[in-house]
Design a protein around this ligand. Structure first.
Ligand SMILES: Cc1cc2nc3c(=O)[nH]c(=O)nc-3n(C[C@H](O)[C@H](O)[C@H](O)COP(=O)(O)O)c2cc1C
Length: 220
């Protein structure tokens, strides 16, 4: 017998016009999101980050395990430590580990191993994925962890964009140094490192294009 306890689902039915207005306005908002690699040091109200994390926490997840943790880093000392460790890994990656094909794909983005933004951005959000929970007697595995944490991270980015903040989705590779610096338990694995703030003045972004609708969707 099912043990599910249920509650009434409150659904707000919109008119078609309202749906179109909302859909277009959200698309226009999200179209303006770009990965920003030059940040202003300007601070902002930290409660905005709390709202973004609360939004991320509403994401669906495999068996509702919510296998994520969001660490907000504000401390200049920790940000500096993270920058130094990230640059060490990234220097090695750019100079020795990445195959030429990867370097060629990154060339149009103009990225290199320098990561000043990790110290300059007022906050870093480090997203951890939790593959399992360990109790005294057993290890409980989580399901679809990458999919779940990816969805939550998408909501996080959308929420920050909606509040007028800019972000970079960063993955210094390998990222295990984040677990050590932030003193996280063994079952938490770094997933994304996201600087958040405002863009530096006159920031430019790579002139890249998104695929057309017909390239990413087929209606059958
Ligand atoms: C999983 C993932 C990892 C990424 N890692 C990096 C990174 O380590 N450094 C970086 O500068 N950009 C990184 N990016 C940003 C991408 O380069 C960027 O999203 C892409 O070029 C499209 O640009 P846009 O975000 O401005 O639309 C990453 C993006 C994703 C989704």
């Amino acid at each position: 017998m099912s043990k599910m306890k249920s509650v009434k689902f409150e659904h707000e039915r919109l008119s078609r016009e309202e749906s179109v207005i909302r859909g277009k306005s959200f698309y226009e908002l999200m179209k303006r999101r770009r990965s920003i690699r030059h940040f202003s040091p300007e601070k902002f109200d930290r409660s905005l980050l709390e709202l973004a994390v609360r939004t991320a926490g509403t994401a669906p997840s495999g068996a509702n395990k919510q296998p994520w943790k969001f660490i907000i880093v504000e401390s200049p000392e920790l940000k500096k430590e993270i920058r130094i460790a990230a640059e060490k890994e990234e220097k090695e990656s750019y100079e020795q580990r990445m195959p030429q094909s990867w370097l060629d794909d990154l060339a149009p983005l103009g990225t290199d191993w320098h990561k000043e933004f990790l110290e300059i951005a007022p906050y870093l959000i480090v997203v951890f994925k939790i593959d399992y929970l360990k109790t005294d007697s057993e290890i409980k595995k989580h399901y679809y962890v990458n999919e779940s944490v990816g969805l939550a991270s998408g909501l996080l980015l959308a929420s920050l964009q909606n509040m007028g903040l800019v972000t970079l989705t960063h993955t210094p590779s390998p990222m295990n140094f984040l677990r050590k610096i932030l003193n996280r338990p063994a079952n938490e694995k770094p997933f994304l490192l996201i600087p958040v703030g405002f863009p530096a003045e006159n920031t430019e972004v790579p002139d890249i294009k998104k695929k057309e609708f017909n390239e990413i969707c087929e209606i059958i």
